[in-house]
Design a protein around this ligand. Sequence first.
Ligand code: ADP
Length: 458
Amino acid sequence: MQTIRKRLGILFVIASISAIILVALFVNMTISNKFNQYMIETQKKREERIVSYLEEIYKKNNQWASDAGIELIHEADMNNYCLTLLDADKKVIWGMDPSDISDLSHLNSMYVKDMGIYTSKVFEIKSEGNVVGYIDIGQYSSVLLSKEDAEFKTSINTSIVVSGIITLFIVIIISLYFSKQFSIPIKEVVNMSVELSKGKFDTKSVTESNIEELEDLRRSINILGEKLKNQDLLRKRLVSDISHEIRTPLNVLQNNLEAMIDGVFPVTAERLNYLNEEVMRFGKLLDNLNTLKDFEEESIKLNFEQIPLDTLLNDVYKEFYTIAEANQIKLNYNIKPNEKYNITGDRDKLKQVFINLLSNAIKFNKAHGNISIRLLTDAKNIIVEIEDDGIGIKKEDLDFIFERLYRGDKSRHEIEGSGIGLTIVKNILQLHSASISVDSKEGKGSTFKVFFKKFTRS
Ligand code: ADP
């Protein structure tokens, strides 16, 4: 297995070597082509120059001297081509030996590599329109390079190789830098997940990345860590809450029974009734936990039907009106029946949702408080709002009130409850693809909003 750094590094290097080779080939081919074209043209001009030079010489005497134009041999020898002057009958006047120019030791190695088969071209020499002789120009290579030309070509190739090596060096440094940007955040996330698996939920990944996906990954693992931390807190709180809930009625029972056995308390019907109430409270707690278990295992059977939410809320309102009055709380309900409030759901379970929300709104209210039930719609949802101006919920409790057995501080110590009402609400709503949100300020009151998607189907 390879690390990301190594893999990315290799990838960068392979990509850049391929690019360098391709560029080098392309540049080399283009330069060679252009150069050859240029050389062919120069050669053509040279041939024309030689022919017109010889024509001029012929013109002077109107015949060929045995050494006519022989001075051209020096230039030809230097530049590695071979000249043979012939008269009109193609008899040799003078000529160079091609083997003389096959010794190329005075040229550089580049040229030698280029040496090919000896080829020659014959050009006519004319005077006053008549052919008076021929000049044969031959050479070993299709294109002749001078020393400077060959050096120019070599230096270009050297530059390509040098710039290739420099580029490769730069690419290696850049790839080391960039691959670090990938590997460090990933390594950190890996380390963090190991820490989380060991139960160290306080660990956080702090090195921000400017690569979107890696930053998302970092944020997600931090959120996961945060969630695990909360779950851990809840689990601990749940265990202590359950033992507290069980311990209280058991202590009451034990103390009273012991006192009765010791004869400290008389065994009266009133006392036995009180103890029975404690036993019943204990039983209720177990029942509640059982109900919760059923919801969480989704073993609850739902009877889906068309429900007019306005009618359902009206029923709940009627049930609660007197309870609210007894608690000196004003319950406001002003919903006009309308078909647009129809949803598909389980009547009894949904009734349970609003009963739980209204019981809380009354339970956590003050004397002369107010509760309003509202029914609204927006583009996507039918929304039920239950607003109270009661004691409100602490900011730090808001995230947890829907968790099992979670109870706000106040309710734990002063107000009766089991801490599962809202958990049941959330579970029922989930089974209806509905959701709930809460808005609350301590001392000011709370608003619970239930969102049913329009056209909910079972
Ligand atoms: P319980 O009511 O049995 O305590 P719930 O699950 O119904 O349990 O509620 C959880 C907690 O949420 C309550 O203990 C309370 O702190 C808080 N809460 C719920 N509804 C309200 C409300 N309307 N006003 C203030 N606090 C509330």
